[in-house]
Design a protein around this ligand. Structure first.
Ligand SMILES: Cc1cc2nc3c(=O)[nH]c(=O)nc-3n(C[C@H](O)[C@H](O)[C@H](O)COP(=O)(O)OP(=O)(O)OC[C@H]3O[C@@H](n4cnc5c(N)ncnc54)[C@H](O)[C@@H]3O)c2cc1C
Length: 417
């Protein structure tokens, strides 16, 4: 018998875990990604606020799989999938599969607001995190030589849109950068003029979190002097002015958009049923196997997949979901090869965590809510533990320890893009 060929598209949290879990399985794996590294997206905002280097949160895929004998890596972007003939198209060639795993993740959703896509900043991949960092640092440089007070204040006004965990973390970290680091680097600049404004359309920050943690987040951010605008929609940004839904205007050159994501565009080529945020509807076994599309050899997972949880809500777009689904997908492929039935996926919620700054985080773990220093220590250690590569863990730990002791952000470099 031929060895089954498993093609995995995407080496993010989902795809990576499928590949690792199949290391001893009797299969040949081809792992395809348009990047040659696995990226730890939860720490991307640290790159954007000059806290970490990209290489500290990204790890080369060929290094991860050096010792795994049943895998080959292909760098490239999959542009099409033929579900009937069982092949994927990439770089002008095709790759046939027996089993296909689609783990292509998500991209930023601007909800059709082209002006924000064009003039705003985002924190979704390394390139845009570096662009954000360069822009933020340039604003301080320009403000330091700007005599016109109105223009200078606009340069020192930073608007973050989206009060979810990424928006909260970005706003908190940016306020700390200004209050503890830039204040030392720019002694002649009056940084009391600087503003960090967090805009959220809902009446709460971090909506999925319990009430006490939303409340704690609000107060921790206020302590860092972040201005919080709840029940406020963004209407427009033209690169110089933010216009809010109620007509108010804020002069600023910086808008960081963290208010939405949607499944990766590559999924459009599938022609299958899609649900909220463009995610592909899957069976509980994560197979593309329901009334409308019957392809049990195809698995979709992570941010790309839509599956309803036991509580009737769609599973959130979180790394913890993608990691657990990656492991179950690998087990199900192995079960099918062994002639057994695949098993349904059940999400085990490990809890919620978000950091607001030094000594300040909120966490819901083991059914208990924490906020402040204890939550921050848990956040630091969990994020270091979850980074791939011993070297990265040590570097990030040393970086954060240094920042902690000396109130410094070490990567304050404006680089060429
Ligand atoms: C700024 C930020 C902060 C976050 N914070 C948290 C957090 O604190 N906790 C948490 O649990 N989650 C967090 N998340 C969400 C988490 O990162 C995602 O849920 C998770 O990455 C989803 O995993 P995935 O495998 O589905 O996709 P991803 O990890 O996004 O991986 C998708 C992979 O597919 C590749 N790919 C896409 N299209 C193609 C193509 N056509 N051809 C080839 N390769 C392709 C991409 O290059 C990528 O490597 C955060 C996300 C962001 C952006």
């Amino acid at each position: 018998m031929n060895t089954p060929h498993v093609v995995i598209i995407g080496a993010g949290f989902g795809g990576l875990n499928v590949a690792l879990q199949l290391r001893d399985a009797p299969v040949e794996i081809t792992l395809i990604d348009k990047q040659n590294y696995h990226l730890f997206q939860p720490l991307l905002y640290q790159v954007a606020i000059a806290g970490l280097l990209p290489s500290q949160i990204a790890y080369p895929l060929r290094t991860i799989f050096r010792k795994q004998m049943n895998i080959s890596f292909q760098l490239g972007e999959v542009t099409g999938i033929n579900l009937e003939a069982c092949y994927v198209s990439m770089n002008g060639s095709v790759i046939a599969y027996d089993y296909l795993v689609i783990a292509v993740g998500a991209e930023t959703n601007f909800f059709g607001m082209d002006s924000i896509e064009q003039d705003g900043f985002q924190v979704k991949d390394i390139q845009n995190a570096i662009s954000t960092r360069n822009h933020l640092l340039r604003m301080f440089e320009q403000a330091s030589r700007e005599a016109n007070a109105v223009k200078r204040r606009a340069m020192l006004t930073f608007v973050v849109v989206g009060g979810g965990p990424t928006g909260v973390e970005t706003a908190g970290a940016l306020a700390e950068l200004i209050n503890h680091v830039m204040v030392k680097d720019f002694p002649n600049l009056n940084l009391r003029e600087a503003r960090v404004i967090l805009v959220e359309a809902n009446g709460h920050l971090i909506t999925p979190y319990p009430h006490e943690l939303r409340h704690a987040t609000f107060h921790l951010l206020r302590r860092e002097q972040v201005e919080i605008l709840l029940n406020t929609k963004l209407a427009n940004f033209n690169g110089q002015t933010v216009t809010l839904g109620d007509g108010r205007q804020i002069a600023t050159y910086t808008l960081i958009w963290t208010a939405g994501i949607k499944a990766a565009p590559m999924l459009d080529s599938l022609g299958v049923e899609r649900a909220g945020a463009g995610r592909v509807r899957v069976a509980p076994t994560l197979q593309l196997s329901h009334q409308l599309s019957h392809h049990p050899e195809v698995f979709v997972l992570g941010d790309a997949a839509y599956l309803v949880n036991g509580n009737g809500q769609p599973l959130p777009m979180l790394s913890t979901v993608a990691i657990q689904q990656g492991k179950v997908t690998a087990q199900n492929i192995q079960r099918i090869i062994d002639g057994k039935k695949p098993e349904p996926f059940h999400y085990k919620d490990p809890g919620l965590l978000a950091t607001i700054g030094r000594n300040a985080a909120v966490a819901r773990l083991w059914g208990v809510s924490f906020s402040g220093f204890i939550a921050w220590v848990i956040w630091v250690f969990l994020h270091i533990y979850r980074l791939i590569g011993f070297r990265n863990r040590i570097l990030v730990f040393v970086n954060w320890a240094w920042d902690y002791i000396f109130y410094e952000n070490q990567i304050r470099l404006i680089t060429k893009e």
